[in-house]
Ligand binder design. Structure first.
Ligand code: CIR
Length: 262
């Protein structure tokens, strides 16, 4: 069974961090409605959802992905690159504690979960504006002894590695070649986003289904043409806070080892 940790949209989301996106008004009710539909989609795909309450003083707290990296063996609590986001971590740690032993990324290292893409026993880590070389090294010092191969990936032009590339199947990636070099992923199948839809690479694979933003129909067609089960969600309001579909949840296997995990 998959668990999905989520958090309600903060009433202060309008004060979110922004890096590559121009600030525009965010309709809180619309953002909440979209988030509800996203959580429904996770439930439809069989996830047991652990929904944390909104954090009124933490504008970006809905984007729980950045606060942790959940492996089969441990949950790694991050030290987010944006100082404003570090107070999001303790409540996520509490939510993860029943499922995994906890380990921590510590200062001065920084690491955002959005920069960490796990594919089986391989972990790709984007060196972004949020994730430092020390963050990568601390992650490797935890994951390598557990048997994971940790691979550093250069990227540019976007916030996180998973803005540029995500898995849509065990051996297939959805990728924007402008932001990350496909050569970093030799041996894997690559589907490129439609050139007019640069933000379309962020998708969330749950079981065999791909949650994908409805704003990107041309890229969606490419996924459907490959026989993938694509579930559209409208996250346009959350996109104004520079978020997308991976960042709103931490999805992991409740009982790793019992069956194949993500
Ligand atoms: C931030 O800049 O931290 C938030 N406004 C957006 C975080 C999105 N997270 C993600 O894609 N993993």
């Amino acid at each position: 069974m998959h668990v999905a940790i989520t958090r309600e949209v903060s009433p202060s989301i309008a004060s979110c961090e922004l890096t590559h996106v121009t600030r525009q008004p965010i309709d809180l009710e619309a953002a909440r409605a979209q988030h509800d539909s996203y959580v429904d989609c996770l439930r439809q795909l069989g996830c047991h959802v652990v929904a944390l309450p909104a954090e009124p003083d933490l504008p970006d707290a809905v984007f729980v992905e950045d606060t942790a990296v959940v492996l089969d063996e441990v949950a790694m609590l991050t030290r987010p690159g944006a100082a404003s986001r570090r107070r999001e971590v303790p409540s996520v740690a509490q939510a993860l504690a029943p499922f995994r032993p906890l380990v921590h990324i510590t200062a001065p290292a920084t690491l955002d979960g959005g920069d960490v893409m796990r594919l089986g026993r391989r972990i790709f880590v984007g060196l972004s504006g949020r994730t430092s070389r020390e963050g990568l090294e601390q992650l490797a010092s935890i994951a390598t002894p557990l048997g994971y191969d940790v691979v550093a990936v250069a990227m540019e032009g976007c916030l996180h590695l998973k803005s540029a590339v995500t898995a849509v199947a065990a051996d297939t990636l959805l990728l924007n070649p402008v932001w990350v070099d496909r050569a970093a992923f030799a041996g894997l199948e690559i589907v490129e986003v439609d050139a007019n839809e640069p933000y379309a690479a962020n998708s969330l694979l749950v079981g065999g289904s791909v949650i994908h933003p409805s704003a990107f129909p041309r890229t969606r067609e490419k996924l459907v043409a490959r026989g993938l089960d694509v579930r559209d969600v409208d996250v346009s309001e959350l996109a104004k806070a520079e978020g997308a579909v991976t960042c709103c949840s931490l999805v992991f296997d409740a009982h790793p080892g019992v069956k194949q995990s993500l």
